[in-house]
Write a protein that binds this ligand. Structure first.
Ligand SMILES: *[C@@H]1O[C@H](CO)[C@@H](O)[C@H](O)[C@H]1NC(C)=O
Length: 367
């Protein structure tokens, strides 16, 4: 009765509202909508404040979208959640385990300062370790992200230099008040390195674990007071793919100077594609390649965006296509390198190079 009176009043004051009966139906029909909005409001509050994973259709217009949920992968993390770092020494080689409050994890071996695992919070592995890898220190770890320093590839020094098979010192670990867990490793010249390369240097390498991203920073210092130091360097990154048949590599390749190192002698040319597919043994160096390289994998339904904000100007694409003993179909190497020309560091100066990988979900194909 009361409702009826209100409705009648509205109709009187606002003639455009139609008849009393019309308004009554609107109000009855409107109730489910109001309940739905209220439910979505509560659901989104749970989602953002308590960290409950609630699907976006339940959160409706209140759902937190935009930058917090890039590619649907980022998970909301309570402000108070803590990262952690552990040094584990229960196997042949010591390893550092980084944990981010979002649930992502990374493993770094001080031996060769090699990262061997980066999992996002949903447990998906981004890194590949070759099936023929030795994890006992008898040789460099084949897979993960090993270093090539002070020489990329073959040359006067041993293939890929020595940094990848020396024990680095743990210099710093993030504390529990750091949101993005990190480890800093250090290698300075010693009797062993001077026998191979008679230079006075220090390398400092930091791996920082973010939620759906990971970054690395390399700092190379020339500790000599008078002499310049020259070298080439790279991160020989092995990215985990579902199968090379599912993979496209996208970047600013078209028009770039490319050195085909698979041929002997090497053949230099200009790339004429933006999108590359791996269908044969590949070893190509793209010189001064700007921007990111995206590894699109329809099998894993994800994209890995790999870039070097500073320092590494070349990108090397490597695949031992067809080599079953290496498990060739499980990985693709997209390597950030400074190798097409030598880096020169003046006395007591330094050179820095960084790399960052972001994991995203493939956008839905439009049909
Ligand atoms: C790739 O990741 C999967 C898990 O997603 C893992 O089982 C596999 O061992 C990884 N492949 C390599 C070569 O590391």
């Amino acid at each position: 009765m009361k409702n009826g009176k209100i409705v009648a009043k509205i109709v009187r004051w606002c003639p455009c509202a139609g008849t009393v009966e019309d308004l009554k139906t609107i109000m009855t029909r409107g109730t489910p909508l109001i309940l739905l909005l209220a439910m979505q409001l509560i659901a989104s509050a749970f989602h953002s404040c308590v960290g409950f994973q609630i699907p976006s259709f339940l959160r409706g217009p209140f759902g937190k979208k935009g930058s917090d949920y890039v590619g649907g992968r980022r998970r909301w993390v309570p402000k108070a959640a803590l990262s952690s770092v552990e040094v584990l020494d229960d196997q042949a080689l010591k390893r550092v385990l980084l944990k981010h409050p979002s649930g992502s994890e990374a493993t770094v071996y001080p031996f060769g300062a090699t990262l061997t695992s980066f999992r996002t919070f949903d447990g998906e592995e981004v890194i590949a370790v070759r099936k023929d890898a030795k994890m006992d220190g008898s040789k460099a770890i084949s897979g993960g992200i090993p270093h090539c320093f002070p020489q990329f590839g073959p040359g006067e020094l041993p293939q890929h230099g020595f940094a990848r098979n020396m024990e680095w010192r743990i210099k710093e670990l993030s504390d529990e008040f750091t949101r993005n867990a990190y480890v800093t490793l250090e290698l300075t010249d010693n009797d062993e390195t001077r026998k191979i390369w008679d230079k006075s240097f220090s390398l400092e390498y930091t791996v920082t674990l973010r939620d759906v991203a990971l970054s690395t920073d390399l700092r190379v210092r020339n500790l000599d007071h008078t002499a310049h130091m020259e070298f080439t360097a790279a991160l020989h990154s092995y990215w985990n793919v579902s199968s090379l048949a599912n993979v496209e590599v996208v970047g600013a390749f078209k028009g770039a100077r490319v050195i085909d190192r698979q041929q002997s002698p090497h053949v230099e040319g200009t790339e004429d594609e933006y999108v590359l597919r791996i269908t044969e043994p590949t070893d190509k160096m793209y010189c001064n390649l700007p921007g990111e390289v995206v590894i699109k994998d329809t099998g894993y339904n994800r994209m890995l965006s790999v870039k070097s904000p500073t320092g590494f100007e070349d990108v090397v694409l490597w695949s031992p296509y067809g080599d079953e003993s290496m498990g060739f179909d499980d990985f693709l190497c997209v390597e950030n390198a400074a190798a097409s020309s030598k880096v020169t560091v003046p006395p007591l100066d330094e050179w820095r190079a960084s790399m960052r990988v972001d994991v995203r979900t493939l956008p839905r194909a439009r049909s």
